[in-house]
Design a protein around this ligand. Sequence first.
Ligand code: FES
Ligand SMILES: [Fe+2]
Length: 425
Amino acid sequence: MLSHEDNELVTRITPGTPMGQAMRRYWIPALLAREIAEPDSPPVRVRLLGEDLLAFRDSAGRIGLVDEYCPHRRASLFFGRNEDRGLRCVYHGWKFDVAGTCTDMMNEPEEHDFKHKVRLTAYPVCEQGGIVWAYLGPVEHMPPRPKFAWTEAPETHRHITKVIQECNWLQGLEGGIDTSHAPIMHRLLSETSTRGGFKPSNPFVRGKAPKLVVDITDYGYQYAGIRPLGDAEMHIRTYHFVLPFHQIRPSRAESGIPTIAGHAWVPIDDETTMVYNWAYSPNAPLTDTDRLERGLGNGPADVDPSTFRSMANRGNNYRLDRGVQRRESYTGIDGINVQDRAIQESMGRIVDRSKEHLGPADKAIIQARKMLRQAVKTVQAGGTPDGTGTSYYALYAHEAVLPNGADWRRQVTPEMPAELILQTV
Ligand code: FES
Ligand SMILES: [Fe+2]
C-alpha cells in the first residue's frame, strides 16, 4: 500500500508537481509520426502531462510541438494555417515557426510590430521509431535521444498503435509490470478458441504461481517470473521496466512470429493516459494480419483511428459477454489489452493505494513505486534521475522453459551484462 500522500506524489504529473517535474526529465512519446506525415499537413492536438499542445510539420519537414494557444489573445492555433514554414493564427495573422519564434504580425503596421518580444512555448522534439518524442524539461538536462531496440527496428518489422485509457498512467504501468495476473486474466478456457489469450496448454498457464526475481539496474529493472512446471522444469518470462513508464516483454504476433513487445503509458493528464503499443519482430517482417492486432484489441477494428478511443469501453462494459466468460475466456471480454484497460479503469481514475493488500507477487510493482519516488527525490535534490542514460538501448525480453536449477540469466538474458545488475531482490 501507499499512504495517501505518497499516492498523490507518484501519480500526479501536471506542471509544478514533484512527479511532473521528474517525468519532464525524460523523452516522452508525444504522438505517432504518421499523424503529421506530410509537410504543411494539419496541426494535431496533443495533450501531454496536463499541457495543451499542438504538433505540426512545417514546409521543410521540421516538427514543432508548441503551446496550443496563441500568445496574442489566446486563440487556439489548432484552427491556424500551416503554411510557408510556420503556423499562422487565423484570428489576427500572427505566425510562428517550429521553434516558437514569431515571424510575422499581420495586424500591426510594420513600424509598430513587436514580434521579437513575443514567443510561443515550443518544446524540443525528435522523431525516432515512428514516434515523435518530446522533452518538456529544462534544456540543460536533456538526456540522450530515446533509442530502444524497438525504435531502431525497420518499419517492415515494427508496428505501433496508441489508444486512450481512462485512468491514471501509473495504474496502466502497474498492470504492465504485473506478471502474476497475465496467465490468469488473459487465459482461454478452450484449446480451440480463436480469441486473444493464452491457451490452457501454454506453459505460462500450466505453470504454478510465479516467484519473482527483480534485478535492479540504473534504467529501472529486469524482472523474471519463474513458474514451477511439473517436477523437472520451470517456465521463465523476463520483462523490463524502463523509467518512467516503459514495459518490454516477450510476445508472439498473430501469425505466430516471435516478437518483442511493450507499452508506454504516457500521461495525457492525471486521469487519462495514452497507451502506446509496440511490437517488433527481430527476424521476419510482420504480416498485414499481425498489424490488425485482433488478439490484443488495439487495431483498426477496435480503436477509432482518428480519436484513438476504444470501441469497447466503460460505457458498454467493454462488450463483456457472460456466455463467452462461461465457456471460452476467463473475462468474457475480447482482446488482451481491452481486458487490461477494463480492469485497470475499473479501479477508478486514480486508485486509492492506501486500501491495498500487497503480497510477494506484487514485488515488481512495489519496486517500481520505490524507484519513481527515488526519481522524484533525486530531481528535488538537483540530481539526474535514473533511466536518463543509454543503458536501456539494447534490451530484449525472453520466454523459455528450462530444466529446474538452470542458470537462466546466462541462458535467456545474454545481453544483460552482470555489471548492469546493481542488486537483486
Ligand atoms: S489571437 Fe492569435 S493572432 Fe490574435
Ligand atoms: Fe495484462
